[in-house]
Design a protein around this ligand. Structure first.
Ligand code: AHM
Ligand code: MG
Length: 335
């Protein structure tokens, strides 16, 4: 049988040829791939390397940082600064933007959550890294926070690495979604999931049900209807999953469909929601839409939210199009 495997590097080079690009995007993706491989290695070594437990510090969100949160952030910052492709970076773990010094030609901005799903680190459940790439606005000579505060529709690429039973990277550059699996023996990501698409219908939902007492009426209505099963208005039985790692939930939805919700509720709305617009919601919304799904706050498309600050939070409802549209319609009927 002929050998047909395509590495992620070759896939990116092929895309570059197709689009007539200069190669700088391929170069910056190479840095992200390195960073994710190194983080995968540290996640995998886990307790053997003393990587579990608290770092003894708090991040900008006031959350206790785990050792691996800090290590993953350091790896992501370091590896991506080396290549000189970025003018600046912003991380969920850092209060302020980080201009990349010595990279006068950096044309891109990188926003990332170095290790999402922190509550799962010490219990050996899947976690991931999420990234979003913007172009430096024309004429911007100094890097200020304002350069980063752009709607999700302006992203040029977004992706995630999933540190699960195998390590995967999933990427969109606005031309569909492709998934790559790390072959540990050769240290390369191989194209294993070309053109990932999300079925429009689903009977699987994901929500943290411990927050039910805080839910708004449209969310409560929808979940009640899912739980009513065949006898209810939706006319089918639903199953529920909640990993508490957004990367794992989004990946499951890309592979077999589903709806994921971290909606606004009476408690988290004081902060604007739970998930971060720039590091979690926007990149995942871009991927989900590119795979044929939908991503909304319940009251509008996530990628059209104008960010007011770097660490802004938003309600997130995403996944199989027909179910996401149903939940949006319930919000519209209610408001
Ligand atoms: P983190 O960035 O601090 O890890 O938080 C984000 C995570 C998401 O991956 C996940 O969907 C959610 O928080 C889980 O929240 P909860 O602990 O309320 O279930
Ligand atoms: Mg996160």
């Amino acid at each position: 049988m002929p050998y047909t495997r395509i590495t992620m590097t070759h896939f990116l080079l092929e895309e570059q040829r197709r689009l007539g690009g200069s190669g700088s995007f391929t170069a910056l993706m190479t840095d992200i791939i390195f960073a994710c491989k190194m983080i995968a290695h540290e996640v995998n070594r886990g307790a053997l390397a003393g990587n579990h437990g608290l770092a003894g510090s708090e991040n900008v969100q006031g959350e206790d940082q785990k050792k691996l949160d800090v290590l993953a952030n350091d790896i992501f910052m370091h590896m991506n600064a080396l290549g000189g492709n970025y003018a600046g970076m912003a991380s969920e773990e850092l209060e302020d933007i980080h201009p990349v010094t010595g990279a006068a030609d950096g044309k891109y901005l990188l926003l990332f959550d170095p290790l999402d799903g922190s509550s799962n680190i010490d219990v050996n459940i899947s976690v991931g890294s999420i990234f979003s790439i913007l172009k430096l606005p024309p004429g911007a000579s100094t890097i200020a926070e304002a350069a980063f505060l752009r709607k999700g529709v302006e992203q040029v690429a977004a992706g995630y690495a999933l540190y699960g039973s195998s390590t995967m990277m999933v990427l969109t550059t606005g031309n569909g979604v492709n998934g790559f699996t790390l072959d540990n023996n050769v240290g390369m990501f191989m194209l294993t999931h070309p053109n990932m698409t999300i079925p429009a219908d689903t009977n699987e939902f994901a929500i943290n049900a411990s927050r039910a007492r805080f839910w708004e009426a449209p969310v409560k209505r929808y979940i009640d209807e899912c739980q009513a099963g065949k006898e209810g208005p939706l006319g089918k039985d639903f199953n529920m999953r909640w990993v508490a790692s957004m990367v794992a939930e989004v990946h499951r939805i890309l592979v077999r469909g589903g709806i994921f919700m971290y909606p606004a509720d009476s408690e988290n709305i004081k902060k604007g929601g739970k998930l971060r617009l720039m590091y979690e919601a926007n990149p995942m919304a871009f991927i989900i839409e590119q795979a044929g799904g939908a991503a909304t706050t319940g009251r509008g498309r996530i990628m059209e939210v104008q960010p007011a600050n770097l660490h802004q939070r938003v309600p997130v409802i995403l996944g199989s199009r027909n179910e996401v549209e149903r939940v949006s319609a319930y919000h519209a009927e209610h408001d």
